[in-house]
Design a protein around this ligand. Structure first.
Ligand SMILES: NC(=O)c1ccc[n+]([C@@H]2O[C@H](COP(=O)([O-])OP(=O)(O)OC[C@H]3O[C@@H](n4cnc5c(N)ncnc54)[C@H](O)[C@@H]3O)[C@@H](O)[C@H]2O)c1
Ligand SMILES: N[C@H](C(=O)O)[C@H](O)COP(=O)(O)O
Length: 333
């Protein structure tokens, strides 16, 4: 019997619990693979009742989840108290939210689950509770460390054939130029090329690389990072056999006839990478972490506190995240 996907509960005040319950209720129509939730069974029962969903929630280990899935939503229970208060952040929820991620990753590394799909976390709520990672991406890299060495955290937003990667992730914009280094560009391109081959089945990936400055620096008149850093990094990556093209002006790169020539785009900062995909595909985009020994996906949206408990949030991106994790793990990557 196939091992289940691990799904984390995410921020209980947000829409994560609503969406995983809605998807469980639609599991047959949507032909979803078996999944097991790492979360709080009581919260999920209360939220299901609030949403009018007739769902049996059963506490179970990951090993029993696939067999149970047709009859009940399997939940690996976590210690701690979480009340069903949609839209209201609770300090006591933070350790439960973090533990869900820790246990889901451990179960996947141990082979009890075949990949992790994370529901959104509320980052500032976790920061207040002492969480010291910018987001899942960096935390997962640390949880998957080998011999104490964490993988390079690489975030990809993916939709059909548009895939974008921010070189720098959750950092203030003023810090970006100093973080755009040749070493980071070459290493990130290496992870992208490897995972596009192994996780996405693209035999010879072609990667477009955006410039940092307007018009990719206009030959040095509007910034020199393209000439001094990005250009030499691309030459080094190409010498390693990576098909990387650039630096290209970031504004016109996302004109569809341009990006369609490439399998992925490496952008220099968070919004340069995420704005295009969230604009054209907010409902179907998937956030994927590259460079890990396990598959991890998540919906591309956040906690949407104002929609929690209303039943109005779209489950499309969450469903796409489950489907993508299913495909990636079945591909044997
Ligand atoms: N993977 C993650 O854990 C993840 C991803 C993105 C944002 N976040 C976090 O979420 C929190 C809120 O972030 P935000 O407000 O910038 O983004 P958001 O995605 O939560 O909300 C942005 C807008 O989109 C709407 N929206 C979001 N998801 C929707 C859905 N499924 N259906 C219909 N409408 C939806 C919201 O109502 C809001 O108007 C922040 O703490 C952020 O860090 C987490
Ligand atoms: N920047 C991402 C987004 O907006 O989709 C996001 O916050 C998710 O980050 P993690 O997967 O690292 O939590």
């Amino acid at each position: 019997m196939t091992t289940p996907l691990a799904v984390t509960m995410g921020e209980p005040a947000g829409i994560g619990p609503d969406l995983l319950l809605a998807l469980y209720a639609q599991r047959r129509e949507r032909n979803l693979p078996a999944f097991v939730v790492f979360g709080h069974a009581g919260l999920l029962r209360d939220r299901a009742r609030r949403l009018g969903l007739d769902i049996t929630v059963a506490e179970a280990g990951a090993a029993a989840a696939t067999e149970l899935f047709d009859a009940a939503l399997p939940v690996v229970p976590l210690a701690g108290t979480v009340a069903d208060r949609p839209g209201e952040l609770q300090a006591e929820a933070a350790p439960v939210v973090i533990e869900a991620i820790v246990q889901a990753v451990a179960a996947t590394l141990e082979g009890q689950c075949r990949g992790v799909v994370t529901a959104p976390i509320h980052k500032s709520a976790l920061y207040h509770a002492g969480f010291r990672h910018p987001g899942h991406t960096e935390f997962l890299a640390e949880l998957c460390s080998v011999d104490g060495k964490a993988a390079l955290p690489v975030m990809m937003l993916a939709h059909e054939d548009l895939r974008t990667v921010p070189l720098t992730i959750h950092v203030p914009l003023k810090d970006v130029p100093a973080l755009v280094t040749q070493a980071l560009i070459v290493e990130t391109l290496g992870v992208m090329a490897h995972d596009l081959r192994t996780r996405f089945g693209i035999a010879a990936p072609r990667i477009a690389v955006a410039g940092l400055n307007p018009h990719a620096g206009e030959d040095g008149a509007i910034g020199r990072e393209e000439i001094e850093v990005i250009g030499p990094a691309l030459a080094a990556a190409r010498a390693e056999g990576i098909d990387a093209v650039g630096p290209l002006p970031g504004d016109t790169l996302f004109y569809p006839p341009h990006w369609r020539q490439y399998d992925a785009v490496l952008a220099m900062y968070h919004d340069q990478a995420l704005v295009p995909i969230k604009t054209v595909a907010f409902d179907a985009g998937v956030n994927v972490t590259l460079g890990l020994p396990i598959v991890r996906t998540s919906p591309d949206h956040g906690t949407a506190l104002g929609l929690a408990g209303t039943g109005k949030a779209s489950a499309a991106s969450f469903a796409a995240a489950i489907a993508m994790a299913d495909r990636m793990t079945r591909a044997g990557a």
